[in-house]
Design a protein around this ligand. Structure first.
Ligand code: MIG
Length: 721
C-alpha cells in the first residue's frame, strides 16, 4: 500500500498496480498524506472502515435506490439490467464509486476499481461505513473539506463532463416503439397540431432490421436518409438506439468485420463468446480493446452520414438473456424433474434455475477480454463495459467531426464515462416512488460527473396516471435530459394520450421548459466548467441539521430551489426554507406576470401548489432568466428575455450561451450577458444589461421585493460590450 498526496489536495491510497479506468492520472505524489478511517486487507480484498457520528450524513453513490442521504442501507457497484428498482435492490445499471461524508469532519471518497464494490453505509452497524472492494488492484482517493469543495475537487480531477448539443435541452418524446415512418410522422403531426414544442423523437429497437445494430428495416424506413432530413426540416431529430450485442449472422457486415478483426469477447478457448439478447445469439464487442472500440465507434458513422445526430446506447451492462450453455443446463435440470412430486423447495429450485440463466455471474466470469497481451475475465472489469461502449461511440463521433457535439446517452455507466456521454436512469416504473427516486438521485449522478441525466419521465414500466405524469413533468422540466419514455404494453404517455385538461397542462409545462432553457443551459455550462452540481442537496450551500437532513428538495443552479411534489393527490407539501426566499407558483409562461409571489422566512413551511402549479423558490438577491418558448430549440431567439429576481439589495446574474453545437465553449468560446439589479434609496430598482451577444434584445425585469411586491421594468436594448 502506498499513500500519496496529490498536488491539488487529495490523498490517494493505492493498492496493487492502480486502477484500470485510465480516467485518473495520479498527480505528482508527495508522501505523508493523512486519510480518514482504517484499511484492512483480507483474502485478496481491500476493506476500509470509518466510524460515523450520529448526525453525519453521506451523499453520493450516484445511481442507487433510496434517499439522498445514503446512510442506513447497503449498496453494490455491480452493473445490472434489473428493471424493478424496488428499495431492496443493492445495484442498478451503474457503478458510481463516489460518496461524500458530511459531518463534523467532511471529506469525500472515490474508489477507482472496475469490479464489484460493496458500500455498507451504516447498515450492519449503524455507526460505521464499510467499503469492501472485491479485489486488491484499487485506488482510494480522499478529498478533505465541505461537500461543495470536495465534490468540486473530485470533478476537477476527472475532468470536464459531456455536453450535448443545445437541442438536447429541448423536450424529447420516446416510446418503445415508434416502429416506422408513419408512426414517427404521426407523433410529429400531433406535436404540431397541439402546438407543443419537441426536439427529438426516439427510435427504439424496431427501426432495425431484426435487431441488428447499424441496420435499418427497409420496410419501415424505405429511404432513411431522406426521412431523417424531412423530419429535421420539421424541427425534429431522430435518435436511434444501439444495443451492445451484435447479431451472429453470416453476411451481416458488422458481424463479419467484428469476426475478421477479432473484436469480440471470447470464451476461455478463444472462440467468440456466445450469448442471447434481442436478436437471438450475439457476440459482445470487446470494448476493452482499443482496436475494437475504434471499429465499433466507426460503425456509428453510417448513421451519422444519414443525418443522425444522437444515439442511446442500451443493454450494455451487458444484459444477457441466456447463454446456450446456461440454457441447456437449466433445460436438463428441468427435464430431470419430470414426473417428480415437487415440494416447495424442489419446485422453487427449479423455478430459480430458469430465472438465474439471465445476467449470470458465471457467464460474466467465462467471457474474456483482451487487455494488451493479457486475457482478463469480464467479471473482473464488469463495471467498465457500458462506459467503454459509450467511449467507443464518442471517440467515433470525434473522428467523424472533431468539433461537433452529438447527443449520446448510455444506460450502464461508470465514473470516467461522464466525459463521453450522459445517462438515462434505465427502466423505472410509473410509480410515485420513482418520481421521488428521480429527485433524490440527481445530486449523486452529478457528483459522479453525469450532468446530462434524467429519468424516463412518466415512468417506463407499468401504467402512468395523468396526475403522476403531470407531477413528473413538473420535475423533469428542470433536468437536462427531459424525455418522456415508456414501455411496450403500458398506457401511452404522449401528451394527447390523456384527457383535454391534462393535455393542456402538459403543453404548458413543456412550453415552460423551453422558457427555462437559457437558465438551464447557462447553469449547465457553469456547473460543467466550474465542476459544480446543477442539482444539489441543501447541504451544498447551507449548514445546520435541517439543511443537511432535507431529503426531497434541490438547489437548482445558483438562484433557485426546487421542492417538487411527488405524492398522489397532494395539493402542497412541507418545505424547509434555508434562507429567506420568494415562492412562486408557475402555471404558464403567458401568466408569469400574474403570478403573485410570497416571501418565506427561514424555517419550515407548508406551501400549496395545485396539480397545474409548479412550486419554485428564488434565493434572496438572485436572478434567473427566461426566454420566449418556440416549437423547438433551433427556433428559439433571445430577442425578448424575462429576468425574474428576488432583490432586497442588489443582484446580478451572468447568462452563458454558445453556438449550441461546437466544442468552442471548452476553449472559452462563450457568449456572456450580465444582468444587474440594484435597489436605490428611494425604494425603486435600477437595472443594467451588458452583453457580447448580439442576439440579446429587449429585457423585462420582474423584480420581487421583501414584501412580495413586484416591479416590472422594461429595458429595450442592452449595452453591447
Ligand atoms: O429490456 O429497447 O432501458 O429504454 O425501451 C428492454 C427496449 C430493452 C431497455 C431500455 C429501454 C428500451 C428497451 N430496452
Amino acid at each position: 500500500m502506498t499513500v500519496d498526496r496529490g498536488n491539488n489536495g487529495f490523498v490517494q491510497v493505492r493498492y496493487g498496480l492502480g486502477g484500470q479506468t485510465e480516467t485518473i492520472k495520479a498527480s505528482e505524489a508527495i508522501s505523508g498524506g493523512h486519510y480518514p478511517g482504517v484499511f484492512e486487507t483480507e483474502g485478496g480484498r481491500v476493506r476500509w472502515r470509518y466510524a460515523l457520528a450520529e448526525s453525519t450524513a453521506v451523499f453520493g453513490l450516484g445511481e442507487t435506490v433510496r434517499g439522498m442521504n445514503k446512510r442506513g442501507y447497503i449498496y453494490e457497484s455491480f452493473s445490472t439490467d434489473d428493471p424493478v428498482h424496488t428499495p431492496g435492490k443493492r445495484a442498478l445499471y451503474a457503478a458510481h464509486n463516489f460518496f461524500a461524508v458530511v459531518g463534523e469532519s467532511g471529506f469525500s471518497v472515490y474508489i477507482d476499481f472496475p469490479g464489484k464494490v460493496i458500500f455498507d453505509i451504516g447498515f450492519e452497524n449503524r455507526d460505521e461505513i464499510v467499503v469492501e472492494v472485491m479485489g486488491s488492484d484499487c485506488d482510494f482517493y480522499f478529498f478533505e473539506g465541505r461537500l461543495k469543495e470536495t465534490t468540486e475537487a473530485f470533478r476537477a480531477l476527472i475532468g470536464l463532463s459531456y455536453t450535448p448539443p443545445k437541442w438536447a435541452f429541448g423536450y424529447q418524446q420516446s416510446r418503445w416503439s415508434y416502429p416506422d415512418e408513419s408512426a414517427v410522422e404521426a407523433i410529429a403531426d400531433q406535436f404540431e397540431a397541439h402546438d407543443i414544442p419537441c426536439d427529438a423523437i426516439y427510435l427504439d429497437i424496431d427501426y432495425m432490421e431484426r435487431f441488428k445494430d447499424f441496420t435499418i428495416d427497409k420496410n419501415a424506413f424505405p429511404n432513411f436518409k431522406a426521412f431523417v432530413e424531412k423530419m429535421k426540416t420539421r424541427g425534429i431529430k431522430l435518435v436511434p438506439i444501439i444495443d451492445a450485442g451484435v447479431k451472429v449472422e453470416s453476411g451481416y457486415s458488422v458481424y463479419e468485420t467484428g469476426i475478421q478483426g477479432g473484436f469480440f469477447c471470447t470464451d476461455a478457448e478463444g472462440h467468440p463468446f456466445e450469448a442471447a439478447v434481442w436478436p437471438g445469439l450475439v457476440h459482445f464487442p470487446d470494448f476493452m480493446n482499443p482496436k475494437a472500440r475504434q471499429w465499433f465507434g466507426s460503425c456509428y458513422h453510417e448513421l451519422l452520414e444519414q443525418g443522425i445526430e444522437g444515439f442511446w446506447n442500451d443493454m450494455n451492462e451487458p444484459a444477457i438473456f441466456y447463454t446456450p450453455k446456461g440454457l441447456q443446463e437449466a433445460i436438463d435440470y428441468v427435464k430431470a424433474q419430470e414426473g417428480e412430486n415437487l415440494d416447495i423447495y424442489s419446485f422453487f429450485e427449479m423455478k430459480d434455475k430458469m430465472a438465474q440463466i439471465s445476467n449470470a455471474q458465471r457467464d460474466y466470469r467465462e467471457m474474456m477480454h483482451r487487455i494488451g497481451e493479457k486475457k482478463v475475465s469480464h467479471y473482473e472489469v464488469h463495471n467498465l463495459y457500458g462506459y467503454m461502449m459509450s467511449r467507443s461511440a464518442d471517440e467515433g463521433f470525434r473522428r467523424f467531426d472533431a468539433n461537433r457535439r452529438y447527443l449520446l446517452i448510455g444506460r450502464s455507466s461508470h465514473i470516467g464515462m461522464a466525459k463521453h456521454a450522459g445517462i438515462w436512469t434505465g427502466d423505472n416504473q410509473s410509480w410515485w416512488e420513482h418520481l421521488k427516486l428521480n429527485i433524490q438521485m440527481m445530486p449523486g449522478l452529478q457528483m459522479a460527473g453525469f450532468l446530462y441525466a434524467g429519468a424516463d419521465t412518466g415512468g417506463f414500466g407499468d401504467h402512468t396516471g395523468a396526475d403522476l405524469m403531470i407531477r413528473w413533468m413538473q420535475f423533469s422540466l428542470f433536468t437536462p435530459l427531459f424525455r418522456n419514455h415508456s414501455a411496450m404494453g403500458t398506457r401511452r404517455q404522449e401528451p394527447w394520450a390523456f384527457d383535454e385538461k391534462t393535455l393542456a397542462v402538459m403543453r404548458d409545462i413543456i412550453r415552460l421548459r423551453y422558457a427555462f432553457v437559457p437558465y438551464l443551459y447557462s447553469e449547465y455550462m457553469k456547473a460543467n466548467l466550474g465542476h459544480q452540481l446543477l442539482h444539489a442537496p441543501l447541504a451544498y450551500e447551507y449548514e445546520g441539521e435541517d439543511a443537511v437532513h432535507t431529503e426531497d428538495q434541490l438547489l437548482f443552479g445558483e438562484s433557485l430551489m426546487l421542492a417538487p411534489i411527488y405524492e398522489q393527490n397532494a395539493i402542497g407539501r412541507s418545505v424547509f426554507v434555508p434562507e429567506r426566499m420568494a415562492y412562486l407558483k408557475l402555471r404558464r409562461y403567458e401568466d408569469l406576470e400574474k403570478t403573485a409571489p410570497k416571501i418565506l422566512s427561514l424555517g419550515h413551511h407548508y406551501t400549496k401548489a395545485g396539480l397545474d402549479e409548479i412550486p419554485l423558490f428564488i434565493r434572496e438577491n438572485h436572478l434567473f432568466v427566461l426566454s420566449e418558448p418556440a416549437s423547438n430549440i433551433p427556433a428559439m431567439t433571445q430577442s425578448a428575455l424575462t429576468v425574474i429576481g428576488f432583490v432586497t439589495d442588489r443582484a446580478s446574474y451572468e447568462l452563458l450561451d454558445d453556438d449550441g453545437y461546437s466544442r468552442a465553449f471548452e476553449r472559452g468560446g462563450l457568449k456572456k450577458t450580465r444582468f444587474a439589479v440594484e435597489k436605490t434609496s428611494d425604494g425603486k430598482y435600477k437595472t443594467h444589461v451588458d452583453t457580447n451577444d448580439a442576439g440579446i434584445g429587449s429585457v423585462t425585469f420582474y423584480i420581487i421585493d421583501a414584501e412580495g411586491k413586484v416591479s416590472i421594468i422594461r429595458q429595450e436594448s442592452p449595452l453591447y460590450a
